[in-house]
Design a protein around this ligand. Structure first.
Ligand SMILES: NC(=O)c1ccc[n+]([C@@H]2O[C@H](COP(=O)([O-])OP(=O)(O)OC[C@H]3O[C@@H](n4cnc5c(N)ncnc54)[C@H](OP(=O)(O)O)[C@@H]3O)[C@@H](O)[C@H]2O)c1
Length: 400
């Protein structure tokens, strides 16, 4: 029996779990293991009777390697899908190594006390995973994740070399709140309040937060302002895609989001430095998370679409070529299908497909890899099948 242990039971995990249960011939058994077991039990109760997948649940503290090891040893999954938070990546990888179990995640490790994410901590496990004969598949959400698969696909089928990549992440959804984040507020605010950066000629170029702004007309959504952000896949794509001269990442934000964020920053609410409050140490950003809407509750109220994709510029047979690969996803369609908005959906579906690639042996190399290091074709097929069909444009409007 092929079994997957899913760690975490939040917005993204809920979608991945629904999708595993739709895909019972691959996911014959799943264990939902998270900090708050009642959430795992509630999801199991909702899905049981609708699926042939056998669902088990457990409580686990994923910061604790020993607890993880004993749970993995008792359930014996073929793969662990980490959909907790980036802070847990290294403990879960350590437990996978100790139990010789494959590992998949969607976000790279970030130390809780420094808002800086990079791959060095996880890439350092490469030889250990090789020696153990197991795979770690890193960053298998949409961005990172599908953006890497798109890049590998573009290089395989359309280019001899890719010189420029612009990743455009547009959320045209409206949840009706003046301010809310579409995934974990703490992780989201750490990401968007950090300095921006991009890679040019092999070097990182740093910008002030939100310093570079462009406007783009997105198919299915319309014209939106987008801002250059630092993003984790820039680091791996610059190494893995042949010919890269520049790679940038843009995300759209509405004016209300930016005005609230600026105000929260100005009053110190986005700080991750602990402060004393009534004799107790608290982290302002974690307190802010507690008062903001839970992203998992945005599903019923979010309308509109997302459009996420990559514009590639490079050379084919000595000639310049441009190519845009993107997916459009509708918030309400996602809600009808799995009870979540499109930001969780566009992350949870690729996470399920990544675990599926490992369970079905379509992707099998021992070591620690980013998604673009595997054959993109089987993954691209599954995207069409599992709810994230992709579109191509051979004459896209470019970003200056
Ligand atoms: N690549 C992409 O495209 C992409 C896009 C969006 C998000 N992400 C990533 O997806 C991941 C999940 O995001 P989300 O929005 O689903 O977050 P979320 O709703 O906050 O869910 C996180 C889950 O992890 C559980 N958890 C946290 N710490 C834990 C611990 N020590 N032990 C066990 N479980 C723990 C939480 O438990 P409780 O229920 O007890 O809080 C919660 O169920 C994050 O790493 C995020 O960065 C990736």
């Amino acid at each position: 029996m092929k079994k997957c242990m899913i760690i975490g039971c939040g917005g993204v995990a809920s979608v991945a779990i629904h999708k595993c249960c739709q895909n019972s011939s691959v996911f014959e058994g799943i264990m939902i293991a998270s900090r708050t077991k009642s959430k795992c039990d509630a999801l199991k109760a909702k899905l049981e009777g609708t699926t042939d997948t056998v669902i088990e649940t457990a409580q686990v503290d994923a910061d604790n390697v020993d607890e993880l090891v004993s749970l993995i040893n008792s359930y014996k999954p073929n793969v662990v899908l980490n959909l907790a938070l980036p802070y847990q990546d290294l403990t879960i990888m350590e437990a996978c190594l100790k139990t010789k179990t494959h590992y998949v995640d969607t976000a790279n490790y970030e130390p809780p006390d420094t808002a800086k994410f990079e791959y060095k901590w996880q890439w350092a496990y490469k030889e250990k995973f090789e020696r153990a004969g197991i795979t770690a598949l890193l960053g298998c959400g949409f961005d990172p994740g599908v953006t890497g698969v798109f890049s590998a696909y573009a290089l395989k089928h359309h280019f001899d070399e890719i010189n420029y990549i612009d990743i455009l992440d547009c959320n045209g959804g409206d949840h009706g709140y003046p301010f809310a984040t579409n995934f974990n507020p703490e992780i989201n605010i750490r990401e968007v309040s950090a300095k921006g950066s991009f890679i040019e000629n092999g070097k990182w170029v740093e910008t002030e937060p939100m310093e570079i702004k462009r406007t783009y007309n997105f198919k299915g959504v319309g014209e939106k302002d987008m801002y250059l952000l630092h993003h984790e896949e820039l680091e791996s794509l610059a190494l893995n895609i042949k010919g890269i001269k520049r790679i940038r990442f843009f995300m759209t934000f509405g004016q209300s989001y930016l005005t609230h964020l600026k105000c929260l920053e100005n009053v110190g609410m986005t700080s991750i430095k602990p402060i004393m409050y009534e004799g107790k140490e608290i982290v302002p950003l974690q307190f802010l998370k507690a008062v903001l809407p839970d992203p998992a509750t945005l599903g019923p109220r979010t309308v509109g679409k997302t459009n996420i994709g990559c514009i590639f510029r490079g050379k084919k047979d000595g000639k310049d070529k441009n190519y845009y690969l993107y997916n459009i996803c509708d918030h309400q369609e996602c809600y009808k299908e799995v009870g979540s908005q499109a930001v969780s959906y566009t992350t949870g579906v690729p996470a399920m497909i990544g675990a599926m690639m490992i369970l079905t042996d379509k992707w099998n190399k021992s070591g620690v890899y980013n998604v673009e290091e595997f054959d993109p074709d089987p993954f691209m097929e599954e995207l069409n099948r599992w709810g994230l069909p992709w579109n191509e444009d051979f004459d896209p409007v470019l970003v200056d």
